[in-house]
Design a binder for this molecule. Sequence first.
Ligand code: PDD
Length: 276
Amino acid sequence: EYIIQNEQLLPKAEASINFEDRGYYFGDGIYEVIKVYHGQPFAMDHHLDRLRSSAEKLEIPLPFEEKKMIDLLMELLEKNKVMNGLVYFQVTRGVEPRNHLYTRNSTAVFTAFTQPAQNLEETQKNGVDVWLTDDIRWLRCDIKTINLLGNVMVKREAADQNCQEAILHRSGTITEGSSSNLFLVKDKVLYTHPATNLILNGITRQLVIELAEQHQYSVVEEPFPVEVLEHADEAFITSSSVEITPIKSVKGQLSTTFDVGPVTKDLQAKFKDILP
Ligand code: PDD
C-alpha cells in the first residue's frame, strides 16, 4: 500500500512526518475526501476548487500546481489498485517551531492515502439513526480544516447512543451533520441550511441541489429550527462517503421517525446515474 508524501509515492511504512509540522501542534491544515468509482475519482474538480478556497481562507500555500496534484492522486489510485474507495488528501501549513503566529513563508506539506469504500447497501435502503445535539464547533465551518475536535466529539456521542451520525443545531437552528449535510423534504420541497460560515458546503450537497432543481423539485436554502424535524415527510444526509443516506429516526433532544420516502429514493436513483 502506497501513500503520497509531498511529491513522492512511498510505501506506507516509509512515510515519516516531521515532529514540527503545524498540523500536529495546531491542526493547522486542510483536507478533502473524494470517492472513487471504478477507478475514477468523482467530482474531483469540485473538491480541488474547495481545497483552493480553504487554502485561501487560511493563507495556506498550496505545495504545487493542481495538475501535479491530480497526476499524483491518479498515480496513487493506480498503484493501490483502488476501484471503489476513497482518496484522502491534506495540506498542512508546514514545518515551523511551535508558535501560534504563522509566518507566510512556510512550505506546505501534502499527504494522501486511499481507503476501501464502506458498503452502503443496507443504510441507503433502510436509513440510519441520528443523534440531535448541540453544534459545539467554531464559526468557520465553511473551511474544510483537519481541526475536527467538535466533529469527532459529537460523532462519539452519537455512536454511544447507537446512532450513526450526529445532527447539529446552533441555539435551535439546524446546521448539518458531524460529517455530512442534512436535507429535509416536505410536500416535495427540499430544505437545507444555506452555505454560510456555519456549514461545510458539501460537494454532494451541491450536486443534490443541482439534480433536484433539474428534476423540478424546489430547493429552499434557509435556516430552520429543530422543531421542523417533526413536520418533515423525509430526511436524508449527504456526503462523498455516504452519498444520499436516508434518516430513519432522530433521537436525543428531539425524537421522531421517518420512512424512506419517494423523493429520497428518486434522488438516490438520479445520483447513481451521474456517478462514473
Ligand atoms: N466529510 N459537512 C461536514 C462537516 C463534513 O465533514 C462533510 C464531509 C460534509 C459533506 O461534504 P462532501 O459532500 O463534500 O463530502 C459536510 C468527509 C467525507 C470526511 O470528513 O470524511
